[in-house]
Write a protein that binds this ligand. Structure first.
Ligand code: SF4
Length: 440
């Protein structure tokens, strides 16, 4: 098979993996090395200086001995299959990097022959990239479920981030939909990475570990999912849990929902709640409970929490602690810090709160400043929850059309693999023209 065909198949097969957001690594270019890594995001997020950073997101192989029900690459699916050799993939990464198409690599893979054999080849790719080609860009590698834990120590020296896909929120769901992977492989691998990270070896996985959970393929509740994420953040010190709205690629499977629409809005609300767990001091059991197991999709989760806990409001901005301020809809970590500094100089007015970055169209219902309303229409609504909810819904951003989605390299350059559209960015055309140049 031609290399170009492999690229097309393996790039397409990788699009269901969620790899993105901040890399968490800053590594400047070095004189004898190729590339650098930025702390501000690697997969088409924006860096502090406004740069869009991209990575090559690709599978090493889409051949797989496993048969996970939700996966397009499962072995019982009849689809074109391809595999790189380590050398082909290395040359592709270096070629793309030199041409400025990418700034990093996200590498995942199906399980060819056996987990250890596949991991061996992935290790060869990342090791040679770093040692022979002096590639200094960001690398995120997926650990193959079931591979020996010895690989963690080895690949951890060459990659920035290692992740193991948890895939489903409960072991029951995993047994049902991904019986080959199963609990025996996934959680022990996450634990093993976390234990090795605790050893704090220099240059070992500087961007830590992350995982990915599919949302909506099973009846697991948002409460269960957030409890799981919280445990992973607290006990295993994961950097990120990625939520991936279920996409029905195998809709006829008897264990999968016959869902037409992917639950993107639910995914978005989970990301917002995840943010509350990590940066706002919330606990999963505060946001949801057995009696209230799902997030309100129409409202921002913090506004939803506030509506269910009106007894803690109003919060007085002149006296509240930092964490009490963080619980007010419309106040985030930056504005809360500014408030705690600015109030030392006197009572904060509506305009001063606005200058501090408080989103007053939300916050005005929930706060006082030195016992006084910051807006006359503010406080009365605390006594009228249904009216308050209506007001909050009015200021809720219209999410659906503009909802943030995970981009990948191929979203940003949609024509990159197009053969038919001359004049647009077209890597295949470059590859054809530079057949001898790109891979040298
Ligand atoms: S192991 Fe990975 S690639 Fe293979 S079927 Fe399961 S999810 Fe798909």
């Amino acid at each position: 098979m031609e290399l170009l065909d492999k690229i097309q198949i393996l790039a397409d097969s990788a699009k269901y993996d969620v790899a993105c957001a901040s890399s968490g690594v800053t590594r400047r270019a070095k004189p004898d090395q190729l590339g650098n890594a930025s702390a501000c995001g690697i997969c088409h997020s924006w860096s502090e200086d406004g740069r869009c950073i991209s990575l090559l997101k690709i599978l090493y192989t889409n051949v797989c001995i496993y048969d996970c029900a939700y996966c397009i690459n499962r072995h019982s699916n009849d689809r074109p299959r391809a595999s790189f050799t380590p050398q082909e993939l290395i040359e592709l990464v270096i070629g793309f990097y030199k041409r400025n198409y990418i700034e990093g690599l996200f590498l995942s893979s199906g399980v060819k022959h056996s987990p250890d054999k596949t991991m061996e080849e992935l290790l060869e790719v990342v090791k040679k990239l770093r040692t022979e080609h002096r590639f200094n860009g960001y690398i995120h590698l997926k650990l193959i479920p079931g591979a020996s834990h010895d690989f963690i120590r080895q690949v951890g020296r060459y990659v920035d981030r290692l992740s193991v896909n948890l895939e489903l929120p409960t072991m029951e769901s995993l047994k049902l939909l991904a019986p080959d992977k199963g609990e025996a492989h996934i959680l022990p691998s996450i634990r093993a990475i976390s234990e090795q990270l605790n050893e704090r070896r220099p240059d070992f996985l500087p961007a830590g570990q992350s995982t990915q959970v599919i949302i909506g393929a099973t009846p697991d509740t948002d409460h269960t999912i957030l409890q799981l994420s919280q445990a992973l953040y607290r006990k295993r010190k994961l950097k990120r849990v990625y939520y991936s709205a279920y996409i029905p690629v195998n809709p006829d499977h008897p264990h999968l929902p016959a869902r037409v629409e992917s639950p993107k809005l639910r995914e978005h609300r989970l990301y917002q709640s995840d943010w509350l767990l990590r940066f706002y001091g919330f606990d999963a059991d505060e946001l949801l409970s057995e009696g209230l197991p799902h997030l309100n999709l129409s409202l921002d989760p913090k506004a939803g929490w506030a509506l269910n806990h009106l007894e803690v409001f109003p919060v007085d901005v002149m006296r509240a602690s930092y964490y009490e301020l963080l619980r007010v809809p419309g106040i985030g970590p930056i504005s809360a810090k500014r408030i705690t500094r600015a109030r030392a100089f006197g009572r904060l007015s509506y305009d001063q709160l606005k200058k501090a970055g408080v989103v007053l169209k939300r916050a005005k219902y929930f706060i006082t400043s030195d016992g006084q309303l910051v807006r006359p229409e503010g406080l009365g609504l605390l006594e009228k929850p249904s009216q308050l909810q209506k007001q909050l819904l009015l200021v809720e951003p219209k999410l659906l059309p503009a909802m943030p989605v995970q981009l990948d390299y191929f979203d940003l350059y949609p024509d990159i693999f197009s053969l038919a559209e001359p004049g647009k960015t077209d890597v295949l055309a470059h590859l054809r023209k530079e057949q001898h140049g790109l891979l040298d």
